[in-house]
Ligand binder design. Structure first.
Ligand code: ARG
Length: 623
């Protein structure tokens, strides 16, 4: 009765069936267009295929006089289904669809019984690489990397929810020329560094700065540093050990951030791909894609006025050659079907060129060995374009198992002065401090609220710490995710920790309030759940909330398609508003509908928690 997939996908399947009956010759090439209804008075969803189809059939001795007639035919041929209560035609041929009440009720009960997992949109992909965070060793991990970490984690979580295997990759900058000066400094300042552990380096940031000053000011040191790079890249053992030591110190600092934020990520840094570069470049040479220009090996990519340099004039490899090798590895060895890069928009043209080069090399054409993708059939709703798309939406072409490359760009994080975010001094912000500050501020506020309520005595220090982390880190994440990633946003503790408005704090409170309603009822929800048919949608506000709840997987599907986590935030906020509408009109505790309404509360809380999970935010059951 209730099938897997998002509501939009289920309705699209029905429309696809109807199209097959109505236009047997055309249906193969037409993707069903089903979207939420513009005007709730007309229906819940609408199908918009009629207009474009009419343009295709008109004149070709078809019987259709106008698009409306096409709409009527599609409507008439929709298969019998428990999903739909009524359909109607509006305007030039929109088909309005009203979902059936009993189907909605069952769908909600299903969440209570089986959880939300069977609602996951079905994606035509098995394995993806998400390249995110990716700070540079020995250099500062800055708010840009934090933004990449948060967005990349959210995108990974959404794919994982859809049962897609995600290779979460930290493409750390661990192979740049900066290592020459670092290693050389270490050797010169501390000949005994091997026996000194991490003390030999001390604070890595300062060590880097000092080395850089010397590098810039002392030409002889610069010379020695350059030779050190050559030795390191040539595999010299001492240099290798020093390099490892330096990477290890950075890694610990990065890990501190990932642990705080509960972000899983696996390091495969630039050095990992280094050995693959020569053969990948050979391949590109053979295909005639590379050219020498001013001593450098280049790929001239149409549409770009600078070439992609893949080997510098000194013979060294660079960021681009590493990315080409990494891409090759991800596609051919790891067999990823989507490769997603999360960095600031400043790198858009770099990725556009790398993607184009891959396309020119024919890498995208080759079908993946492993790419026999299960999932929705070709007529399903989620037609994915198999083209390298850059920041854009997927195009409507439907092909399977060609690799899809996407750059997920994001804007700057600004300070209250409208400039790039920094602390008081000119220093960049230390991320660990930033997160701690968010946590500490939350703690102060939570304590204050509890005190006002006279509830403080019921909280242990541990519970307080847990809540402060959830609120503080959640606030930082949510502030980052709720804006369209392409826009710059202003970092403000006051704003992100505001208990009103669209903030993590507000949402965490909203969720905790629902949990407290259920607790206060004294009813055992599990018991109610086990009794089938308790949940009823009689009041218009109940139906409105239910519709919002079943839209959850549509939203996830769309957020993945567009790679826009802010859609999940918008949804979560909308859901909590719909809950407020419901709760302020419908009595729960003590009402005749109490049992049913408690279940509605419970489903809402569960869907909210799933949103929190996708956003990487820890839900709180009381606050
Ligand atoms: N390390 C780079 C930076 O800090 C980001 C790397 C992104 N990933 C990639 N495959 N290029 O800007």
């Amino acid at each position: 009765f209730v099938k897997d997939g998002s509501v939009r996908q289920l309705l699209s399947e029905l429309v696809a069936e109807s199209l097959k009956t109505t236009f047997p010759d055309l249906a193969k090439n037409v993707a069903p267009v089903v979207v939420p209804c513009n005007n709730a008075a007309f229906g819940d969803y609408q199908c918009n295929n009629a207009m474009a189809l009419f343009a295709q059939v008109k004149g070709k001795n078809s019987n259709f006089k106008n698009p409306r007639a096409v709409g009527e035919a599609i409507m008439k041929n929709l298969p019998e289904t428990p999903l739909i209560e009524t359909t109607s035609i509006a305007g030039p041929g929109f088909i309005n669809i009203k979902l059936s009440k009993s189907w909605l009720e069952q769908r909600l009960e299903m969440i209570l019984q089986d959880g939300l997992n069977s609602w996951a949109p079905v994606l035509p992909v098995k394995r993806v690489v998400v390249d995110f965070s990716s700070p540079n060793i020995a250099k500062e991990m800055h708010v840009g990397h934090l933004r990449s970490t948060i967005i990349g984690d959210c995108i990974s979580r959404m794919y994982e929810f859809c049962k897609v295997e995600v290779l979460r990759r930290n493409h750390v900058g661990d192979w740049g020329t900066q290592f020459g000066m670092l290693i050389q400094s270490l050797f010169e300042q501390n000949p005994d560094w091997m026996n000194q552990g991490d003390q030999a380096i001390g604070d890595l940031q300062n060590f880097y700065k000092a080395a850089k000053v010397r590098f810039d000011q002392d030409p002889e040191f610069k010379e020695r540093a350059q030779q050190a790079v050559v030795r390191l890249q040539g595999g010299d053992e001492q240099s290798r050990l020093a390099w490892k030591r330096i990477c290890e110190i950075s890694r610990k600092e990065f890990q501190e951030i990932y642990d705080k934020l509960h972000v899983q990520i696996e390091e495969k840094g630039e050095s990992f791909y280094n050995p693959l570069i020569p053969s990948v470049l050979d391949q590109l040479n053979e295909k005639g894609l590379t050219e020498m220009s001013e001593g450098a090996l280049c790929i001239f990519v149409p549409g770009h006025n600078v070439p992609l340099i893949v080997r510098k004039s000194d013979g060294g490899f660079n960021y681009a050659s590493t990315d080409l090798a990494a891409l090759w590895y991800r596609m051919k060895t790891e067999k990823a079907e989507h490769v997603i890069y999360v960095t600031d928009v400043g790198q858009s043209s770099h990725f556009a060129m790398v993607f184009k080069a891959a396309e020119m090399a024919g890498w995208l054409e080759e079908v993946q060995d492993d790419g026999d993708v299960e999932g929705r059939d070709e007529d399903g709703a989620s037609g994915y374009a198999a083209v390298a798309a850059n920041n854009g939406k997927l195009e409507g072409k439907k092909e399977k198992s060609k690799v899809q490359l996407r750059h997920v760009g994001f804007g700057l994080v600004l300070g209250s002065d409208g400039k790039r975010f920094r602390t008081r001094s000119t220093e960049v912000v230390r991320l660990a401090d930033l997160l701690d500050e968010a946590k500490n501020r939350s703690q102060v506020e939570i304590r204050q609220r509890l005190e006002e309520r006279g509830d403080l005595k019921n909280w242990t220090e541990e519970e307080m710490e847990h809540a402060a982390k959830a609120v503080g880190y959640g606030a930082v994440k949510y502030a980052d995710l709720k804006v369209n990633r392409l826009t710059n946003y202003t970092f403000s503790f006051e704003q992100m920790l505001d208990t009103r408005g669209n903030t993590a704090v507000y949402l965490l409170y909203a969720h905790a309030r629902i949990c407290s309603i259920i607790r206060k009822s004294g009813k055992d929800v599990e018991e109610l759940v086990s009794e089938a048919g308790v949940l009823r949608l009689e009041h218009p506000m109940e139906r409105q909330l239910a519709l919002c709840l079943v839209r959850f997987s549509d939203v996830v599907e769309s957020a993945i398609n567009d790679l826009l986590p802010n859609q999940v935030c918008e949804y979560l906020y909308d859901l909590s508003c719909k809950f407020t509408d419901f709760y302020s009109t419908c009595n729960v505790i003590g009402s005749p509908e109490e049992r049913s309404r408690l279940l509605i509360c419970e489903v809402t809380a569960r869907v909210m928690r799933m949103c929190f999970q996708l956003l990487g935010i820890t839900p709180l059951y009381r606050l």
